[in-house]
Design a protein around this ligand. Sequence first.
Ligand SMILES: [Fe+2]
Length: 135
Amino acid sequence: MAFITWTDAYSVGIEEIDNQHKGLVKLINKLFDAMSDGQANSILNGILNELTKYTQVHFATEEKYFALYDYPESAEHIEEHLQFVNEVLKFKAQFEAGNIVLSFEVFKFLRGWLVKHIQGSDKKYSQCFIANGLK
Ligand SMILES: [Fe+2]
């Protein structure tokens, strides 16, 4: 069974964003499976890099629309993105330095953050984005 299962409850009602969120879920699941299978650190590192890059691309997409549509809650939202990226980069650096292993705790953090962020902060921009013509 997948570590995170996508459900329609996670949809923000905008196809491009939903697809990116699905992409993040897929990458976290891929990393989780690789860890569970006992894959080498070099493999885990590669997936972790993919996840970090994809997260940044995804946040940039949301933030592009914040600017375009003058989204009023943009500052708080961007701050949440920054904190998450910092957290992941810190964790990635520790992993690369061999100081930590990919533990279940780390995965619970990733899943918890993503689900909470999508269902809380991301859903708040749906109306604004949709009113501006996104679908
Ligand atoms: Fe977001």
